[in-house]
Design a protein around this ligand. Structure first.
Ligand code: GSH
Length: 218
């Protein structure tokens, strides 16, 4: 069997998602830490984004596609339920999180702290202030979603949860978003419970060079 390679910087929330998927499926992998828009990535992802996967002759881009491959090419517990309703609900939450939560709200907010683009490198307050009301609404949505069973789908840990937790990790370490999560009791309990899971915990990335922790105080 060829080596399965996950290629991308470990700080990427989507690289982390694919690593959780490998762990949960019981698939050994090698992580190659490579930045976006480098020749190795550009050769596989048409937009130069990470993660990408290489497994023998198989090359893939996009975390959802990579997780589909991991889930279906190997034996092991299903990452997404095989029942139509629960399987569709898993896709529903992956889609909501990726297209509405991550791309439109969480990513600009987190980026405003870690890649602020300001002349002096201080957090980009206009971007942060714009994101805050949207974050509040989306945390309330997620809080309702996990209130009943402590998972996004049914009562088991699925790819929908794996897909959300890495972005939640960054949000939990930033001042306004961290405080918001802690005010949403179900979401906070969900976060603390699943962050303790070996597959999630094991791939927590080291802070960026020059930083000793991910936490930024308000
Ligand atoms: N839809 C993609 C998103 C991947 C993505 O946005 N990756 C980020 C790192 S977390 C990236 O490559 N950013 C560089 C860029 O957008 O130019 C996926 O699910 O894999």
């Amino acid at each position: 069997m060829p080596e399965l390679q996950i290629i991308g910087a470990p700080q990427s929330n989507y690289v982390w998602v694919t690593r959780i998927a490998c762990h949960e499926k019981g698939v050994p992998y090698t992580l190659l830490s490579v930045m976006p828009h480098t020749p190795e990535i550009d050769a596989i992802h048409p937009l130069g984004k990470i993660p990408v996967l290489r497994h023998g002759d198989v090359i893939l881009a996009e975390s959802r596609a990579i997780c589909f491959y991991i889930d279906h090419a190997f034996d092991g517990p299903p990452l997404a339920p095989r029942f139509p309703v629960e399987g569709a609900q898993t896709e529903q939450w992956i889609s909501i999180v990726n297209t509405h939560f991550d791309a439109l709200v969480a990513r600009p907010y987190v980026g405003a702290y870690f890649f602020p683009g300001t002349p002096d490198g201080t957090p980009n307050r206009p971007i942060i202030e714009t994101a805050l009301p949207k974050l509040e609404a989306q945390f309330a949505m997620l809080d309702r979603a996990v209130a009943k069973a402590g998972h996004l789908v049914g009562s088991s840990f699925t790819l929908a949860d794996m897909n959300l937790l890495p972005m939640m990790f960054y949000l939990h370490h930033l001042p306004e978003s961290g405080a918001m999560v802690r005010r949403n009791a179900s979401l906070e309990a969900y976060y603390e419970r699943h962050m303790a899971r070996a597959s999630v915990k094991e791939a927590i990335p080291a802070p960026f060079p020059g930083r000793s922790s991910w936490t930024i105080e308000g």
